[in-house]
Write a protein that binds this ligand. Sequence first.
Ligand code: UDP
Ligand code: MG
Length: 140
Amino acid sequence: MAIEQTLVIIKPDAVSKNAVGDIIRIFQEKGLKLKALKMTKLTKEDAKKFYIVHKDRPFYDELTDFMSSGPVVAMVLEGENAISYVREIIGATDPAKAAEGTIRKLYGTDVGKNAVHASDSPESAKVEIPFFFSQLEIVG
Ligand code: UDP
Ligand code: MG
């Protein structure tokens, strides 16, 4: 087992539902450590850059419009196998298919407006964490 860090974003739908506190609490109750936290608003260009891996997918334009439509809350979470553990806690991409008790089941609306993003691999986390946070902003 390895200690990992992962990037989570509370998306504009969940921020506007006032679910920020609840979502952070769920991660902390499940044993993850909060290492960095900020609220920000992405421009369309920022969102396009963040989701560049999806540039050829049919939902790219809608996704990047949505992600730049309102404030988001980004955080770094740390723990044992944090990358796959956090993916389990958030549930399937489509909230309708997400397991009971997962964050997307609780707070997601549809496959696009699904409340949260989380890094899907160590390679993604390595790129996604510095997208939002400098070394100084990640508390050791
Ligand atoms: N998405 C969408 N339509 C789809 C699939 C994905 O709008 O059919 C959005 C959704 O917000 C998702 C994001 O694009 O969270 C990234 O998709 P990915 O397949 O990477 O899902 P995730 O890793 O977020 O579960
Ligand atoms: Mg993904």
